[in-house]
Design a protein around this ligand. Structure first.
Ligand SMILES: [Zn+2]
Length: 874
């Protein structure tokens, strides 16, 4: 509330009494105070000019500008959206250096992790900015859903969280309209939770809870993401007008009071009646099938001539279940290949009923394919007959843009999960992914990468990993070969980080991430070269000075650590303690887990137990742990760590929302009987003290059982398919990358080398330039040279004709460190028998490894001398 005045406190010299005005009635969990020497960015919001401030540590206040632009605009949007004014006289948002959750919707004083509020264009990854936007929108949505109307008890918490998790995307779209928010929703929320909700150990959205551990357990993906997904489904089958009016009526009726989910259903139902929307039952009857039952259906469609018959069963990954069947009210619609305008009609044209009967659609004779669930607004999966899968596959390959981008992602996500559950053959699902080389949109790639990472995790500890690697390399090969697809540099970031379409950036980040993960030489070369120059240019007094493109920074740090030694790891850790910027620390925590040296990973684990001395913030410990456990080199150590330290972890982290579960869920990667037994033994040992991680433990054990079954049933089929369809580029390929011979299209005729070795300076720096004249033997578009351990500062390529020289521009520089290649792609073809000159301005250090430029020492008159040498045949 606003301050009503300050008076001296005579009984306490140096203190004052600050009086605040009486607040509106509110729930106790929404009250917050903050006392801090922070600074603020001050704005106003709404037509009523409500003071709107964003607070941060004084040295981070410049990073609060973006949030101060977004906040008021989103608040105004929600006033319009809910048709109810924001009732408080002010709004404050504050960035806290230590905060267990992401953010908290205290009424009028929203608290955030620094990472999720503070932004600087040249430093913040676009993906973090996306999170900042939707978290601000999420918390502001709570001002109505949660704060103005509060659930009566925690069993209805999904109403708060589901609603905020859905409308956050609408608020975000208001301030960044080019960022394809609904596409992001489908990938990040809907498809994400469909996996968790296909476990038997999932739970209904609305569940009775009696103690704090059970309440904590409710703050999971089911409440947030499934809640949001079924609200979005309702938005579409009720139509926009009915949905909005019903929600407004509900909020007005219960403002400053408590409500239960039936109250919302009633107001939506009344509005549907008023507007004469045809429904198969009341809103309550429909929605109870979604909120009171666990899981969701798979809709199976079968074509016979022009007739499509549709039925439903519960979708479970663990098919051995003998539970009694569950059914839902399922809203359906159909898009036919002869009428693709149907992708825009997302209301229900037909319903499946819980009495388990079937329904029918009619196609036209010339319909080659059909799709159920336009834009995936319904919360379910769809399986088709084989003929339709084949037709969809053909369309993806020949004209993928005929299918709506969300449905392209749906097809891939459904198919790969249907294969996982044994509903369709893996060969059908995997062959659908083959069109992706032509796919330029983010979400079909994102969902596929996510699903294929399951295969990676199953294969990475077997001898079959190379087959997986070869296939992924063949998928991304076409993308990497596109002319405009370059490794991102700092200059690519738009001023202030004002991205037109952030998904384009996320797409690039995803492809490069996959490339480096699969050890693609161009990616590794670029990333390790950048890591080295960043490290060489690092100045401890300005650790946050931008040097790398923020969107590949995480990748560069990770590759630097992975290909480096202890020194590189220590350097990243040092930067973790030097940087002042929270989002940077998150990237570094992930990078420190990239090493394949178990002793470093063990050291890292030990540091997690002593945040006071390691400098790793308590809020980040569970996240760092998850990174370590995701690395095959650290997994066993991570497991031991949890087993030995469970009581300590539980005491320290059980109060954070879903923090404790992060010490358990990483082991859902296990896929052998041996590991299953380890997990079961651990469960027996800590059974009584699992607390809010109890359900996560059961879900993890179930996942491992599914994995074991998967290995037995699918491993051979999948590996065989990958073998046939993978690229020939692999480590066993004799031509690559072991062949370090330079291409023969250029013949050097003259070298001119200048070296300056600064022998008295630490690290023995060297610098200089080299000029090489070459004659072209075969026309080509590149110059390829050997370099080893030097940094190239500047390169000039010229065409030399007698006395005349003409510059040729360089389109791209590639460092292929596996082969010590430095490849220059040129804007022009090199001409036969023509002379070219290349001049390279370089610097580096003398090495002790006797390769490239190296140093040795000798003793002369009892004095150690150092000399610089060059191993010139390289
Ligand atoms: Zn929330």
């Amino acid at each position: 509330m606003n301050s009503s005045g300050t008076t001296p406190a005579p009984e306490q010299p140096g203190y004052v009494w600050e009086q605040f005005e009486t607040s509106v009635p509110m729930s106790t969990y929404l009250v917050a105070f903050a006392v801090a020497r922070f600074k603020s960015v001050d704005k106003n919001a709404t037509a009523r000019q409500i003071p709107y401030k964003v607070w941060a540590r004084p040295d981070m206040i410049d990073y609060a500008q973006k949030a101060a632009e977004y906040g008021p605009a989103i608040l105004e949007h929600f006033e319009e959206y809910f048709k109810i004014d924001y009732p408080m006289p002010k709004m404050d948002m504050i960035a806290l250096p230590d905060f267990a959750a992401g953010a908290m919707e205290n009424w009028g004083l929203i608290t955030y992790r620094e990472e999720y509020l503070l932004y600087e264009g040249s430093q913040t990854p676009a993906a973090t900015l996306v999170r900042i936007v939707y978290i601000i929108a999420h918390e502001l949505a709570h001002m109505w859903f949660g704060d103005l109307v509060t659930p009566e008890w925690w069993n209805d918490i999904w109403l708060n969280e589901g609603f905020a998790s859905y409308v956050e995307y609408l608020g975000a779209d208001k301030v960044e309209p080019g960022w394809k928010w609904m596409e992001q929703f489908v990938f990040s929320d809907l498809q994400d939770v469909l996996y968790l909700d296909s476990l038997q150990n999932s739970h209904p959205i609305s569940v009775d809870v009696y103690n704090p551990d059970q309440i904590m357990e409710l703050f999971d993906r089911i409440s947030y993401a499934k809640g949001a997904s079924i609200i979005r489904m309702m938005n579409h089958f009720l139509t926009e007008e009915v949905f909005r009016n019903g929600v407004t009526n509900y909020l007005k009726k219960f403002e400053y009071q408590n409500a239960v989910q039936d109250d919302l259903w009633k107001h939506l139902n009344d509005e549907a009646n008023t507007m004469q929307v045809q429904l198969p039952a009341t809103v309550k009857e429909i929605m109870d099938t979604w909120t009171l039952q666990t899981g969701y259906p798979v809709v199976k469609a079968t074509r016979d001539g022009e007739k499509v018959t549709v039925n439903q069963t519960r979708f479970l990954l663990n098919s051995t279940t003998t539970e009694k069947p569950t059914h839902w009210y399922v809203p359906l619609n159909l898009v036919r290949s002869s009428n693709v305008a149907g992708f825009d009609s997302t209301n229900a044209t037909v319903w499946l009923y819980p009495n388990a009967s079937t329904v029918e659609f009619t196609l036209a004779q010339n319909d080659e394919w059909y799709i159920i669930n336009a834009q995936q607004t319904g919360y379910y999966r769809v399986n088709y007959d084989e003929r339709n899968w084949e037709a969809l596959n053909k369309t993806l390959r020949e004209s993928h843009e005929d299918i709506h981008v969300i449905n392209r992602a749906q097809i891939l996500d459904d198919a790969l999960n249907l294969a996982l559950a044994g509903h369709i053959n893996y060969t059908i699902a995997l062959s659908l992914t083959q069109y992706l080389g032509q796919e330029e949109s983010y979400i079909p790639w994102a969902t596929t990468a996510d699903n294929l990472s399951y295969l990676r995790r199953m294969l990475e500890t077997t001898g079959k990993y190379d087959q997986y690697r070869a296939y992924i390399l063949s998928l991304i090969k076409d993308v990497l070969a596109r002319g405009d697809f370059k490794f991102p540099v700092l200059e690519d970031v738009p001023p202030n980080g004002d991205y037109q379409d952030v998904t384009e950036v996320m797409y690039k980040e995803l492809i490069w991430g996959a490339a480096c993960q699969m050890r693609e030489p161009r990616c590794i070369g670029n990333a390790t070269q950048l890591f080295r120059t960043w490290r060489e240019n690092y100045d401890e007094s300005t650790p946050d000075k931008p040097y790398l493109n923020p969107n590949i920074k995480g990748l560069v740090y990770c590759e630097g650590v992975r290909s480096g030694e202890a020194a590189e790891w220590e350097f990243v850790y040092k930067h973790y303690n030097n940087t002042n910027y929270a989002a940077e620390r998150t990237l570094l925590l992930a990078a420190m887990a990239c090493t394949d040296k178990s002793w470093l990973l063990n050291k890292y684990l030990d540091m997690l137990l002593t945040p006071e001395t390691s400098g790793i913030r308590s809020q980040d410990v569970s996240r760092a742990f998850a990174y370590i456990a995701a690395n095959p080199a650290g997994r066993d150590e991570a497991f031991k760590f949890v087993k030995v330290n469970w009581e300590k972890l539980k005491d320290k982290y059980s109060s954070g929302l879903s923090t404790l579960t992060r010490f358990i869920t990483p082991f859902s990667i296990f896929n052998t009987e041996y590991e299953l037994n380890l997990l079961k033994t651990m469960k027996d040992e800590i059974e009584g003290s699992l607390g809010s991680a109890a359900r996560a433990m059961d879900q993890t054990i179930e996942s491992v059982m599914i994995n074991i079954e998967w290995m037995n049933k699918n491993l051979d089929t999948v590996v065989r398919w990958l073998e046939v369809n993978g690229s020939t580029v692999g480590p066993t390929d004799p031509g690559y990358p072991n062949d370090v011979r330079l291409p023969r299209h250029l013949r050097p005729t003259e070298y001119d080398v200048k070296v300056r070795a600064r022998m008295n300076e630490p690290g023995f720096p060297i610098d200089g330039w080299v000029t090489i004249d070459m004659v072209c033997n075969t026309p080509a578009d590149n110059i390829t040279l050997n370099v080893h351990d030097i940094t190239v500062n500047n390169t000039l390529v010229q065409k030399v004709t007698g006395q005349q020289v003409e510059d040729i521009s360089i389109v791209e520089e590639v460092f292929d460190l596996d082969r010590d290649f430095y490849i220059l792609k040129l804007s022009k073809q090199l001409e036969l028998n023509q002379t070219y000159r290349i001049t390279i301005d370089y610097e580096g250090r003398l090495q002790s490894d006797l390769a490239g430029y190296y140093y040795s020492s000798y003793v002369e008159n009892d004095e150690t001398r150092k000399e610089g040498s060059a191993e010139s045949q390289r």
